[in-house]
Design a protein around this ligand. Structure first.
Ligand code: C5P
Length: 237
């Protein structure tokens, strides 16, 4: 049955220093939003994609959607303004989804090369378990805890640790109830949830993992842009 996808693209992207919101930066001649739009609307389930953007870019986003190749017949696409923090943007997106979307995937526009197969894997596991599901990869680097003085205090055991990605999938009711519990409004930098699984964890929900994809790499710094350009070229080559 048809799913709901919330594409969060309303961040400022200051760490990238591109002079515009990260989701509107181009990679191989297309904005990150367009890359994600094409992938999501290729999914055979069909459903509703809501793209959450800075208010002043809503018009431009609607033009990008209209100019995209005709989306899969089963897909509707809408655009809605975001909030100050990521979790607020997600809540506004979920609120904009039609009733029929009983499974919701939340995806960062900052992960433009995420393969359709990962969206399908997450969706299938949500349907199988009715729990929250997130993609995860093992941590490969050695991890150390460092003090404000930049001196190493200890090495952290990485065996039980994973790095998590998006899309993160949820039964809609679970996600909506968890966000209602959290409420909107500012949280301390140290206290605001950085992903949706954390919002569900705080509400006592179970969060499961499925294998992630290196192609779901997140664009954060200028170095990531070069890496993603190379991954894209390798795909097209
Ligand atoms: O800043 P960060 O890279 O963690 O943002 C992750 C994703 O959340 C990005 O796609 C960004 O556009 C989105 N976001 C949002 N609304 C905010 C903050 C971030 O949609 N207020």
């Amino acid at each position: 049955s048809r799913i709901g996808v919330v594409l969060v693209a309303a961040g400022r992207g200051e760490r990238l220093g591109a002079g515009k919101p990260k989701a509107f930066v181009e990679l191989g001649g297309r904005t990150l939003v367009e890359h994600c739009l094409r992938t999501v609307t290729s999914l055979p389930s069909g459903g509703h994609l809501v793209i959450v953007v800075p208010e002043h870019l809503a018009g431009e986003t609607l033009r990008l959607v209209a100019a995209a190749e005709p989306t899969g017949a089963n897909w509707e696409v809408s655009v809605t303004p975001g909030g100050r923090e990521r979790h607020e943007s997600v809540k506004f997106g979920v609120d904009a989804l039609p009733e029929y979307a009983d499974v919701v995937l939340v995806h960062d526009a900052a992960r433009p090369l995420t393969p359709a197969a990962l969206f399908a894997r997450v969706t299938a596991e949500v349907r199988r378990t009715t729990d929250a599901v997130i993609p995860a990869l093992p941590v490969v680097d050695t991890l150390k805890r460092v003090g404000a003085d930049s001196i190493v205090h200890e090495t952290v055991d990485r065996a039980p640790l994973v790095a998590v990605q998006t899309p993160q999938g949820f039964p809609r009711e679970l996600l909506a109830a968890a966000h209602d519990r959290l409420g909107t409004g500012a949280h301390d930098a140290a206290d605001h949830p950085t992903d949706d699984a954390e919002v569900v964890q705080r509400a006592g929900g179970t969060v499961r993992t499925v294998p992630g994809e290196s192609l779901a790499h997140k664009l954060t710094t200028p170095g990531d842009l070069a890496l993603l350009e190379a991954l894209l070229a390798a795909q097209n080559g």
